[in-house]
Unconditional design. Structure first.
Length: 118
């Protein structure tokens, strides 16, 4: 199962996506033109669109190993992220240029704290 999971997917704002694409994260499937990134536009992108992108990367596609998501976008679908229990893809919340990272909101760090009884 893990042998087919080779891609990093991204749900982020335009600046974060641009940087990650320049770093070589971007991929477009030749046959279906399916991208491994979703660009969030403040005030334009709806919660439903973010939710659909999350579901596609986490449940539909079987080639995604890691999902990077801006933390402020993750807040819009926090319940979905907190309820995701699968091993793959690993969901990592990242900061954006305009929204600093808050470790108290990070779902991974909250799970770790619960494991250690904090």
């Amino acid at each position: 199962m893990s042998e087919e999971r080779t891609l990093i997917a991204v749900i982020a704002d335009e600046d974060s996506i641009t940087g990650l694409l320049l770093a070589g994260v971007g991929q477009v499937t030749p046959s279906t033109q399916e991208k491994n990134f979703f660009v969030y536009k403040e005030g334009i992108t709806t919660r439903e669109q973010v939710s659909e992108a999350f579901e596609k990367f986490c449940r539909v596609r079987n080639d995604i190993a890691i999902l990077l998501i801006n933390q402020h976008i993750a807040e819009e679908i926090r319940v979905q992220i907190d309820n995701f229990r699968e091993a793959f893809p690993a969901i990592l919340e990242i900061p954006s240029k305009d929204h600093p990272y808050d470790p108290e909101k990070d779902s991974v760090l909250r799970r770790v704290k619960r494991l250690f009884g904090e």
